[in-house]
Design a protein around this ligand. Structure first.
Ligand SMILES: Cc1cc2nc3c(=O)[nH]c(=O)nc-3n(C[C@H](O)[C@H](O)[C@H](O)COP(=O)(O)OP(=O)(O)OC[C@H]3O[C@@H](n4cnc5c(N)ncnc54)[C@H](O)[C@@H]3O)c2cc1C
Length: 439
């Protein structure tokens, strides 16, 4: 939301409504940031690098084997500092009004156009009329849900596409000798980690998909604490020094469209996240920038902010990163219908390699040609079914990406509906498998 407001031309006024106070903004932790997504744009100046990316080592759920993820181009950032940088920049803009402690409730609609919103401040209801309303409320997606029935937006995203997290930082125990970002991949069907790469802190994180019988991620963090105690061979101070609260991430491909007449979705409210890692900061900021650029040009040329005119934002974001994220989503769905034993096997036998991680994260196609199949078959022939399913998932992921790269360039129902159908044909079988597996 801030990236959008800051990128709007100063001749147009913007009101930002935030339910928290300014000082509360920004999660209290350190995150990986995909800087290359926005490095060509002005908004990158608000992002302050804390350090290079933490090196990562992926462990099988049983902890017996591991592979090092290739060093990424990501940087580490402190979310509190990012929030404060954005707020300072907003304060300097004469065209932006920031109203804190204001909770947005619903959208106002007239003649099939979103024309404003209702919000609550100091227990009183207020309204604002505007040419455009942007929902950047993150996972709660307050206005998307409010408008779902009228405009056909997805109201509630599926539970299997919802990642429940818990994160806590403790002071680095003096008896700890390791400096490693240890990621347990597939444990409890999610991801958890102990990151001891920082000088003074240890980051304990757990995230699981919201299956009916999911384990509470806070309990997984307690398991990690016990593991750390064993590693230190001594009592350690487990008092939280940062974070220590839950979070939710929409881990799936983006929505099919982020716009309506007088209305836009930006960030987590549009599911603009990388589905395997749940990273959505840079891609959300990119969306804010792209959307503002299009809105500026429409307003400057006196055009209305209709769905058809705003459509270019859908197209540009999907071309720049959404298509790549969509292909990663197929891989995520494949993994969600696999047991911990499968994960152990895939990592132990090096069926999934460092290069696969690298290719899937950097946007290159993962290729599994004849020779490569034979090579991996040699390592994994006892689980031929698993290997073939992986091969199918890789093919489908590549196909899925191509479908997204062919997203309609302009809004035309006749083109859009068949496009949706094509992607649903691939998705349907994966959802069926995941749901059957996790009944
Ligand atoms: C534990 C955890 C770790 C993560 N790690 C990473 C990472 O390493 N890298 C990465 O890129 N991403 C990471 N993410 C994801 C990242 O935090 C989100 O993708 C990103 O914050 C989305 O930005 P957003 O602006 O869309 O939503 P948010 O950051 O959620 O911002 C939405 C804002 O809207 C406000 N709001 C909500 N409802 C209302 C309302 N009704 N009225 C007014 N205001 C409202 C909220 O208070 C909030 O300030 C992580 C998420 C979690 C939970």
């Amino acid at each position: 939301g801030c990236a959008f407001a800051l990128s709007i031309d100063e001749q147009f006024s913007v009101t930002l409504l935030e339910k928290k106070s300014k000082t509360e903004l920004g999660p209290d932790w350190i995150d990986g940031f995909d800087k290359q997504l926005i490095e060509d744009y002005e908004i990158s100046k608000y992002v302050e690098k804390l350090s290079d990316s933490f090196g990562q080592r992926f462990y099988s759920p049983d902890g017996m084997t591991s592979i090092a993820a290739p060093l990424s181009e990501r940087i580490e950032i402190d979310r509190k500092i990012l929030a404060q940088n954005l707020i300072s920049a907003l304060n300097e803009k004469p065209n932006i009004t920031f109203i804190e402690n204001a909770t947005v409730k619903s959208a106002l609609i007239e003649n099939n156009f979103v024309v404003g919103i209702k919000y609550k401040l100091d227990n009183q209801e207020h309204t604002i009329n505007s040419k455009l309303v942007v929902d950047a409320t993150g996972y709660p997606a307050v206005l998307r849900k409010n408008l779902a029935e009228i405009y056909g937006f997805t109201k509630d995203i599926e539970k299997i596409d919802t990642f429940l997290t818990f994160r806590k930082y403790i002071t680095r125990p003096t008896s700890l000798t390791t400096n490693e970002h240890k990621i347990f991949f597939g444990r409890h069907r999610g991801i958890s980690w102990i990151n001891s790469e920082m000088e003074d802190l240890v980051d304990l994180f757990a995230g699981v998909p919201s299956f009916a019988d999911h384990i509470n991620p806070k309990e997984i963090v307690q398991e990690l604490e016990n593991q750390l105690k064993e590693e230190c061979h001594s009592q350690i101070d487990l008092k939280p020094v940062r974070a220590n609260y839950p979070g939710i991430i929409p881990t799936r491909r983006c929505l099919d469209s982020f716009c309506e007449n007088g209305f836009l979705l930006i960030g987590d409210s549009a599911c603009q996240v990388e589905p395997l890692s749940g990273s959505g900061i840079a891609s959300g900021m990119l969306a804010g920038y792209l959307a503002a650029k299009i809105v500026n040009s429409l307003l400057q040329s006196g055009q209305k902010l209709t769905k058809a005119n705003l459509w270019q934002y859908n197209y540009e974001w999907i071309q720049k990163t959404g298509a790549q994220y969509a292909s990663i989503d197929i891989f995520r769905l494949f993994l969600l219908s696999r047991s911990e034993e499968d994960y152990n096997f895939l990592i132990r036998k090096r069926i999934i390699t460092e290069n696969d991680f690298k290719n899937s994260l950097t946007g290159k196609k993962i290729k599994l040609g004849f020779i490569e199949i034979l090579r991996r078959l040699w390592r994994g022939w006892t689980r031929l079914g698993l290997l073939l399913a992986l091969k199918r998932a890789i093919n489908d992921a590549n196909k899925f990406k191509t479908i997204y790269l062919n997203y309609p360039e302009s809004y035309d129902k006749e083109l859009f509906e068949p496009w949706q159908q094509k992607k649903e044909d691939i998705l349907r079988k994966y959802y069926k498998k995941v749901k059957n597996f996790n009944k």
